[in-house]
Design a protein around this ligand. Structure first.
Ligand SMILES: Nc1ncnc2c1ncn2[C@@H]1O[C@H](COP(=O)(O)OP(=O)(O)OP(=O)(O)O)[C@@H](O)[C@H]1O
Ligand SMILES: [Mg+2]
Length: 506
């Protein structure tokens, strides 16, 4: 098979860091090629170079055997290269078709020919089994569907090489399954797929080849069918990885968080959480699992005070906090790792050290009266950077926006775990993290448990819920339909409860 893409000896420097250090990537036409590497290894940078968003400092790029200079994304488009970004770039009150033809509207005389555009969208959608309604308004369709619109946008522009940067991070297991199917369809039709993912299972499932990067360097390219997950993990991290965390049985104490008959409305005005009750004890981790959109977000937002409570109680160490301010809740011992790192987690325009003290910059040791103590703010950042292995080019002074997605996530997790709250609401803590980082974060969450904290863990990753939790509550349609011991259940049983097929309480 000829190489449709060749990137040879690519170097890309950013302030304080060589993001790509003589990286080579050779991609066969008609294959699915995975890109694997730790957070900050340089995967997104390499793909941004291929898509013309960054210029390499040196190196050669060949597309279909011909050397090219990809000055900007327009050149990439002309070469048939398309990219689906992690944050979709869709206009929410436009239809699917309007979004797809944006910027390249087909015309009949002076009027835009929406009809023929819609027909073409429908045809492409059918060919690849995308199942997208060309007339639907973006804000009314699911995240998974929005992603397909982005895929359609590339196909509509005749892209031959499709780059996906962590496409499954925001999808439900069902949607992931469907996306894998779509990718296979794409290569059957002669397209080439480049896939960045941290999930080895996904690589095993769909990819033909896998290229591994570590700290900006090229480690190797392996045929996926002949390489184990453990081997790929080892290549990327440089050591063996424990996929399952070690933990002692829980020693639960008194109840620190008790939720009684909670009702919460969702943005549509319907009850997202219905008459929900649960309790979390000191020294235990209660995992909550469910298919995305079954009330998890409303539950977290109600506990942390981001959404008003319709009725019911939230008792923190016996005190009802259901109607007190966010600030008061946190001063009573509540802590929170938010699921949306951009909305509630980080201020991207701040420096890393500033983001690491957003909760306590006005207190000792970070402030003396009204005066900030920059030295202790920096020391704090250096300590967390080392403990959590946050990769950042310029240390404490790194602009947060310039950090890789996974390292931004590590920064939030570091900040919140370090506060060591008594009642800890942990939502999607390892989204976008590499396997090594996941291993470490899990260990730290369990260490908090063993210090006697009460932890409520929400995750869409079943493996994570099963591995880390002591007990598991299953949420379906805003209600708890199952409550089981983690050691006495499995993916199958959880799946049945998550789809509302069975109920169970021990
Ligand atoms: N625009 C930028 N300015 C400065 N530094 C940058 C910029 N983009 C990336 N970097 C740095 O380059 C390095 C590689 O980042 P990149 O985003 O490519 O990593 P990644 O492999 O995609 O990681 P992740 O798995 O966390 O997404 C990181 O250390 C990051 O801080
Ligand atoms: Mg990335």
């Amino acid at each position: 098979m000829p190489h449709i893409i060749e990137m040879i000896d690519i170097i890309k420097d950013f302030p304080g860091i060589r993001a790509n250090d003589r990286v080579t990537l050779q991609v066969e036409q008609g294959s699915i090629h995975a890109l694997l590497g730790e957070n900050g290894a340089g995967k997104s940078t390499l793909m941004s170079i291929l898509f013309g968003l960054y210029q390499p400092d040196s190196g050669i790029i060949r597309v279909r055997g011909k050397e090219v200079a990809i000055h900007d994304p327009n050149v990439a488009n002309e070469l048939g290269i398309g990219m689906v970004h992690q944050h979709f770039q869709l206009v929410h009150n436009f239809t699917v078709t309007e979004n797809i033809i944006l910027g390249i509207e087909p015309r009949k005389g002076l009027v835009i020919d929406r009809k023929s555009a819609a027909a073409r969208v429908r045809k492409i959608s059918e060919l690849y089994g995308l199942n997208v309604d060309p007339e639907a308004i973006i804000e009314n369709i699911s995240v998974g569907m929005q992603q397909r619109v982005e895929i359609l946008k590339m196909l509509y522009r005749d892209a031959e090489i499709l780059i996906f940067d962590e496409p499954t991070a925001v999808l439900t297991p069902q949607e992931i399954h469907e996306l894998m199917h779509i990718m296979r369809r794409l290569v059957q039709e002669g397209k080439t797929v480049l896939l960045i993912t941290h999930k080895l299972k996904e690589i095993k499932e769909v990819a033909d080849q896998c290229t591994v990067l570590r700290r900006g360097k090229y480690i190797g390219t392996v045929p996926v069918a002949e390489t184990s997950e453990a081997r790929m993990a080892e290549m990327m991290v440089g050591r063996e990885v424990n996929f399952h965390v070690q933990k002692k049985p829980a020693e639960p104490g008194d109840v620190l968080l008790r939720i009684e008959c909670l009702n919460v409305r969702n943005p549509k005005g319907l009850l997202g959480v219905k008459n929900l009750s649960l309790e979390v004890r000191r020294g235990e981790i209660l995992g909550v699992c469910g298919i995305d959109g079954n009330g998890q977000t409303e539950l977290v937002q109600a506990i942390t005070g981001l959404t008003p409570v319709e009725s019911g109680k939230i008792l923190l160490k016996g005190m009802d906090i259901a109607h007190v301010s966010v600030k008061e809740r946190f001063s009573c011992g509540l802590g929170h790792i938010p699921e949306d790192r951009h909305k509630h987690g980080l201020v991207l325009d701040f420096r890393l050290d500033e983001n690491l003290v957003v909760h306590n910059y006005n207190r000792k040791p970070f402030a003396q009266g009204f005066v900030l103590d920059f030295k202790s703010i920096r020391t704090n950042a250096n300590r967390l950077i080392a403990e959590f292995d946050v990769r950042c080019g310029q240390g404490p002074a790194t602009p947060t926006r310039s950090m890789s997605g996974g390292n931004q996530q590590k920064a939030i997790v570091a900040r919140e775990i370090d506060l060591s709250p008594e009642v800890f609401i942990v939502a999607q803590p390892t989204r976008g993290l590499d396997v090594g980082a996941i291993e470490y974060i899990h260990t730290r969450i369990i260490a908090e448990r063993d210090k006697g904290k009460a932890i409520l863990l929400l995750s869409l990753e079943l493996d994570e819920v099963l591995d880390v939790s002591d007990r598991i509550a299953v949420i379906y349609g805003g209600e708890i339909v199952g409550l089981v011991n983690a050691s006495e259940t499995d993916e199958n049983e959880l799946g049945l409860m998550m789809s509302g097929s069975i109920r169970k309480a021990v």
